[in-house]
Each structure stands twice: as structure tokens, then as C-alpha cells.
Design a protein around this ligand. Structure first.
Ligand code: NAD
Length: 505
């Protein structure tokens, strides 16, 4: 933290091109949800500053794209080494600014390290293809090239990792990045930017390979409307995704969207409770229900309904809520007052639409909870028709409902607008395979005997429908950050045309 608030003026510049920083007069104040203490005031990016960032970024791109990909990978490896050294410090900053438990914050920093490892390996791959030509003495190839400037818009709940999923892959692919973090967590971004710029310095690479801009949605709009930004990768609410998609589509640019989830676990009669209970509880209350993959719905078979609910309630009774820096606490505060209001309103609406409270929620009071942002995880029994099960409320509310036939469970499961993460708890091979088949889960992530939350970086991450359709992180998600070029080479002495067309002059 010292490095952050070192500036004497106490205002932290919000615009960073490598290590060069720019101040402005409009400020965002970052308060810790733990106790409402002021962590720092960050200046927002003006239009003029933004234009400087983009001009510098494009200059840097022209150099960076010439550097061989494995050398770009070596830079990412060095960045990861620095993150390893600072793991505890970075995790503490995440917890202070965002409020997730320190264990989960350490996990988030580990995710940065993991994606760097993946990106380093990738930097010696980025494979193209050779294709058989229909013409004699011809060769066809497919080659991947970098796009240019990649704009990254990120949400508050993963204030560091989401950027790294995008930036490290974008860099090894030969792009430069401009990051617009959530206005709720600007300090996390600035701290990472400082580390990147030090490593860029050591390698003597152009500083504008990595930039940070700060501000609210209006600064995000600079990126989405700007034809110089080849790809806008945006993580956040579905509302935001629709706006970004519209702006980027109007200029026929590229976007990659990672939006809201409404994730469910189907609990079948053969579910192993030893696996189920921790999966449900971590899924529903981890990060105080503020993960895109948080478990929001449980669809439980009638035969095990009472037994499963009893075990979950028991587990909920053991949960400790409090300062997330204290490792004994399972969950910390919500991000802000609006989040608390949304949580209370959602409970009220679910109940007024026929829901029955199974485990009471509510806002905690007392000295330890003075920020007013600590809430109790709530369980509500509903029917699938309750309108609240269609909505992602970013808080620890778990809706439970019953089913009788597996086909019915899958129908309930898929009948929501979102399609991010899903899971089935079963020891029955037929049920598991049905869930994974084309008739089963319609989500981007479908798990068996693990929960909905906590993906590994090796797989492609993302979801369908209102989740936005994007894929980030592992597998071949790197292709989103490159453009494909098809090449045909004629090494013969004639010029045969494709499709056998005759054209003589
Ligand atoms: P949000 O949509 O309020 O804000 C996200 C980011 O978008 C912020 O940086 C914000 O300033 C920016 N933004 C908002 N409107 C914009 C616009 N019109 N143009 C450009 N930028 C704009 O989301 P939040 O409250 O920070 O995060 C919670 C949401 O993010 C949840 O819905 C959650 O599911 C989702 N999320 C999804 C994933 C995923 O990978 N699918 C991961 C994390 C969070």
C-alpha cells in the first residue's frame, strides 16, 4: 500500500501509460467496504489524456508486434515472477479494496500467476495451419497476427485476475492493452500497472504496451466507440455488455463479452453429500455471492430435498461473517450500499412472489459491521415460476426448488436468460452424460460433482445467452486476440485459377 499512497498530494494519478502518469481534477474516492475507510483518491482520465494513451499505445504496438512471440512470453514470465514475490501484498490490497476473504484474494493472485504460465507456454505455439490446395504447385496456409490495441473493461469483483486473463494472452499474441478497471476498485489496477511498467523497463520494451485509464462508464465508452481499439474485452453486467456491444458493432469492431451468470446445481438422489455441501456453500457464499459463477439456484430431487436442505442449513449455521482480512471469517462485506439495497429488495420480492425463507438473511449490526455492508447469507424456497430466479442478484441469496424427473430439472435449469456455469451432483452415469449432452445444460461451463464456482485457467471461460458468448483464458481463447490470415503461395510456372475457371488474355 505504501507504494500506492506515496504521492504527497494524496491524489493518485488515474491515467498511466507505462510508468508515466497523468493527474486530472475529477476524482474517484476508493473506500474499503471493510470499514468505510478512505484508501485513496484517484484522478479520472480526461478525453485528452485518453487520446495520448491511445496514440502511445499504437506506437508501442508497432514495435511490440515485431518482437518474436517467445520473447514476449519471456516478458510475461518475468512479470509473473514479480507477482509471485508480491502475492501477499497484492492479495491484501484486493481484500482491502474489494472486500473478498483473504484466502480468495490469494487465490485471485494465484490466478494471475497461473494465466502467465499458460501464456508463456502459448507464446511458443499460436499455431496456424497448412491446408491442401486444389491447384498444382500451390500451398495454402493460415497464419495468426496480432490485432493492435486491446481495450479491457473489468468488473469490481475480480479486480486483478480478469485483467490478467486478457492482458497476458493479448501480450503474447503481440497486442498492447489499455485497461479501464471498475471505478469501485481503481487502486488494484494501479498497483498491477506499476509492476508491469517496472518489468517493461527491465526489458527495455515500450512502456505503452500496458496502460491504465480510470473513471466510470463514460471512460469505458471512450474505448467502445474508438475505431483505433481493435478489440474491446468487457467483463461486467449484462446491461453494460449490451451497451458495449452496440457501440462496438456500430463501428464493426470486435468485442468479447463476459457478463452475468445465474448458476445452478442439480442435486440428484445419488448426490454425495460430502461433495455437495462444501460445493454449495462455497458456491453460494464465497466472495459474499459476488462471483459471476456464484451458485444462485439449487434444483433438488424430491426424494432428497429435506435431507439436503437440512445439511445445508447446518453448514450455514457454522459460517463466520466479518473482517475478510481475518482468515477465520468465511465471508466479508458486500461492495457498497447499492449492493446491500439490491440484496434486501431481492429477498423482499422473492418472498412477495410466494418464496419461503429457509435461512434468514439481513444486514448485520454492531461495531465489527459498522460499514453497514455485511449481510447474512439467505436461503429461499421458491417455485421455478418465481420471477426472482430469472435475475442475477449479486449477493449471497440461494433459491432452492424441487424436481421429480431429470428432464424437468434440466428444463428448469435452462429456463433463465443467462448461461454461464452449471453443475450436476450425481453418481448415476446416465444422468451425468445426459446433463453434458446437447439436450443437457446450455451453459458455457458444465461440471459434474463439483460446484459452479472456481474455474481453472486451462479451460476456456465464458457463457452463452445473456452471459455474452465470449471465451477467455485457456484452451484456444487466444484466437480472440488475433486475426486470421489465409495465404496461397504459387511455386509453379502457371497461374491456374480456383474452381477451374478459364480466363485467357
Ligand atoms: P458493471 O457492469 O456495473 O461494470 C463493469 C465495468 O463496465 C466497469 O468498469 C464499468 O465502469 C464499465 N461500464 C459500465 N457501463 C459501461 C458502458 N456503457 N460502456 C463502457 N463501460 C461501461 O458490473 P460490476 O457491478 O462491476 O460487476 C458485476 C457484474 O459483472 C455481474 O453481473 C457479474 O456476473 C459480472 N461478471 C462477469 C464475469 C464473467 O466472466 N462472466 C466475471 C466477473 C464479473
Amino acid at each position: 500500500m505504501e507504494t500506492l499512497i506515496a504521492n504527497d498530494s494524496k491524489v493518485i494519478p488515474g491515467t498511466w501509460v507505462g510508468k508515466d502518469s497523468f493527474l486530472s481534477t475529477n476524482l474517484i474516492e476508493s473506500y474499503s467496504p471493510i470499514d468505510n475507510s478512505l484508501l485513496g483518491a484517484v484522478s479520472t482520465t480526461t478525453r485528452e489524456q485518453y487520446d495520448t494513451v491511445i496514440t502511445e499505445a499504437y506506437k508501442a504496438f508497432k514495435e511490440w508486434r515485431k518482437i518474436p512471440a517467445p520473447k514476449r512470453g519471456a516478458f510475461v514470465r518475468a512479470f509473473a515472477d514479480r507477482v509471485r514475490e508480491k502475492k501477499e501484498e497484492l492479495a491484501k490490497l484486493i481484500t482491502l479494496e474489494m472486500g473478498k476473504s483473504i484466502q480468495e484474494a490469494l487465490g485471485e493472485v494465484q490466478e494471475i500467476i497461473d494465466i502467465c504460465d499458460f501464456a508463456v507456454g502459448l507464446s511458443r505455439q499460436l499455431y496456424g495451419l497448412t491446408i491442401q490446395s486444389e491447384r498444382p504447385n500451390h500451398k495454402m496456409l493460415e497464419t495468426w497476427h496480432p490485432l493492435g490495441i486491446v481495450g479491457i473493461i473489468s468488473a469490481f469483483n475480480f479486480p486483478m485476475a480478469v485483467w490478467s486473463w486478457n492482458s497476458t494472452i493479448a501480450w503474447v499474441c503481440g497486442n498492447v492493452t489499455v485497461w479501464k478497471p471498475s471505478e469501485k476498485v481503481p487502486l488494484c489496477a494501479i498497483e498491477l500497472q506499476k509492476i508491469v511498467s517496472q518489468v517493461l523497463d527491465e526489458f527495455n520494451y515500450p512502456q505503452a504496451i500496458s496502460s491504465v485509464i480510470n473513471g466510470d462508464y463514460r471512460v469505458g465508452e471512450f474505448l467502445s466507440h474508438d475505431h483505433r481499439v481493435a478489440l474491446v474485452s468487457a467483463t461486467g453486467s449484462t446491461r453494460m455488455g449490451k451497451e458495449v456491444a452496440k457501440a462496438v458493432s456500430e463501428r464493426l469492431g470486435r468485442y468479447l463479452l463476459e457478463l452475468g451468470g445465474n448458476n445452478a446445481i442439480i442435486v440428484t438422489p445419488s448426490a454425495d453429500l460430502k461433495l455437495l455441501i462444501p460445493a454449495v456453500v462455497f458456491g453460494a457464499v464465497g466472495t459474499a455471492g459476488q462471483r459471476c459463477t456464484s451458485t444462485r439456484r439449487l434444483i433438488i430431487h424430491n426424494n432428497v430435498y429435506e435431507k439436503v436442505l437440512h445439511a445445508i442449513k447446518n453448514a450455514y449455521n457454522q459460517l463466520k461473517i466479518g473482517n475478510p482480512l481475518d482468515e477465520k471469517n468465511h465471508l466479508g462485506p458486500l461492495i457498497d450500499k447499492t449492493a446491500v439495497d439490491n440484496y434486501l429488495k431481492a429477498i423482499e420480492k422473492a418472498v412477495s412472489n410466494g418464496g419461503r425463507i429457509i435461512h434468514h438473511g439481513g444486514v448485520l449490526e454492531g461495531e465489527e459491521y459498522a460499514s453497514g455492508l455485511y449481510v447474512k447469507p439467505c436461503i429461499i424456497e421458491v417455485t421455478p415460476e418465481n420471477p426472482m430466479v430469472q435475475v442475477e442478484t449479486f449477493a449471497p441469496i440461494l433459491y432452492v426448488m424441487r424436481y421429480e424427473r431429470i428432464e424437468e430439472a434440466i428444463e428448469i435449469h435452462n429456463n433463465v436468460p443467462q448461461g454461464l456455469s452449471s453443475s450436476i451432483m450425481t453418481l448415476n452415469m446416465r444422468e451425468a452424460e445426459y446433463f453434458l449432452s446437447s439436450e443437457g445444460s446450455d451453459c458455457g461451463i458444465a461440471n459434474v460433482n463439483i460446484g459452479t464456482s472456481g474455474a481453472e485457467i486451462g479451460g476456456a471461460f465464458g457463457g452463452e445467452k445473456e452471459t455474452g458468448g465470449g471465451r477467455e483464458s485457456g484452451s484456444d481463447a487466444w484466437k480472440n486476440y488475433m486475426r486470421r490470415q489465409t495465404t496461397t503461395i504459387n511455386y509453379g510456372t502457371d497461374l491456374p485459377l480456383a474452381q477451374g475457371i478459364k480466363f485467357t488474355i
